[in-house]
Write a protein that binds this ligand. Structure first.
Ligand SMILES: *Cc1c(COP(=O)(O)O)cnc(C)c1O
Length: 349
């Protein structure tokens, strides 16, 4: 008996259709970095068949993804050496250019290449400054081997719809670019809340996996990963007795606990608070005591449970990963990408 992550194929297709509905004019770049946000590249068939283009962070991911698809792949980190450039070309990747050293490497190449120019409009992470962008644009325009596929930028605060930076970044982007080039700005939060940012390509990540970037609205998205684990043991403790490391949960009354075979060694968050919901036999129960490496204890109250029953940690309409993230002081992205290799991953309907 072990923890299982079931990846719902119909939920992936549904979430992709929500992106199409929100941005009917745009091409969809499905963000599949970090092993498809932890869902495993080989289990996200609806995305790698029906998106228009896929994006990964680094070459190791592109190598793996290229085994699975003929769709265009964008390399988000770009390339840093001529060897990396050669491998990117061999894998038939398009590459992001966000630094002028990359412009030099590409300008010295004798092979055709599609590039995405990334401009920094306020995130201040990767991206060309205004002047470097203009320079890069004219260098590449003069180079018949280089095709400028798109100009992109990334929002810093799109999940906070009233944040003034959203309009600032958008207007900066519009000032620097024009419709002669394809443009791309919107991540999931912007796709759902900022129609003016859609342009020719949208770049959904988290929403494809069925988690909403917004706390108060799940936007009709369906959870894709269902994480479940077996009940290993049932135990009744008396009022005043404690549970787990640090003895930080004390029974107020006689309590029945289900000991469930999942812990931080599987990627269940160690910082999940007492009271974090766990779905046992379709009833929301509550985490009792600290998360261990291999186990958690759950107060099942009077829910009927047998050893071997399976508990759902997240990925149900009744228990979304966003909720567990909130109880653990983190975000759904971290939980989804953090499910460890000890968990068995399987295709779901
Ligand atoms: C990861 C990523 C996205 C997707 O962000 P979500 O919030 O998951 O939709 C979009 N653009 C870039 C450049 C990214 O790195």
């Amino acid at each position: 008996m072990r923890a299982v992550a079931t990846i719902s194929q119909s939920a992936l297709a549904h979430n992709l259709s929500i992106v199409r509905r929100q941005a009917p004019q745009a091409k969809i770049m499905a963000m599949v970095k970090a092993n498809a946000y932890g869902h495993h590249l080989n289990l996200i068939t609806p995305l790698i068949e029906n998106a228009d283009i896929l994006a990964v962070s680094e070459l190791s991911e592109a190598r793996q993804l290229r085994q699975l698809t003929h769709l265009p792949i964008l390399l988000l980190s770009g390339i840093y050496t001529t060897q990396e450039l050669q491998e990117a070309i061999d894998l038939n990747c398009q590459i992001v250019v966000h630094h002028s050293s990359q412009v030099h490497l590409i300008s010295n190449s004798t092979q055709a290449l599609g590039v995405w120019l990334k401009i920094d409009t306020g995130m201040h992470r990767l991206g060309l400054s205004n002047e470097k962008y203009q320079q890069c644009l004219s260098d590449f325009k003069a180079n018949t081997l280089v095709n400028i596929e798109c100009v992109m930028s990334h929002f810093a605060c799109a999940d906070d719809t009233s944040h003034p930076m959203n309009q600032q970044q958008l207007s900066e982007f519009k000032t620097l670019t024009n419709s002669k080039n394809n443009r791309s700005m919107a991540n999931s939060a912007a796709i759902l809340s900022l129609p003016a940012s859609l342009f020719e390509f949208v770049r959904p990540g988290i929403m494809l996996y069925g988690a909403s970037p917004f706390a108060d609205d799940n936007a009709d998205l369906k959870p894709v990963m269902q994480l479940s684990a077996p009940v290993l043991h049932l135990k009744t403790i008396q009022a005043g007795e404690t549970v787990g490391y640090g003895a930080n949960w004390t029974a107020e009354n006689k309590t029945t606990l289900a000991i469930i075979g999942i812990g931080y060694g599987d990627g269940y968050p160690r910082h999940a608070k007492n009271g974090t919901p766990v779905l046992v036999n379709n009833t929301l129960c509550t985490l009792a005591g600290r998360v261990s490496m291999d186990m958690i204890a759950v107060d099942i109250a009077d829910t009927k449970v047998l050893i071997g029953d399976s508990a759902i940690l997240w990925g149900d309409e009744k228990l979304r990963v966003e909720t567990v993230a909130e109880y653990s002081n983190t975000i759904s992205y971290e939980l989804l990408t953090g499910v460890s290799s000890r968990v068995k991953f399987v295709h779901g309907k």
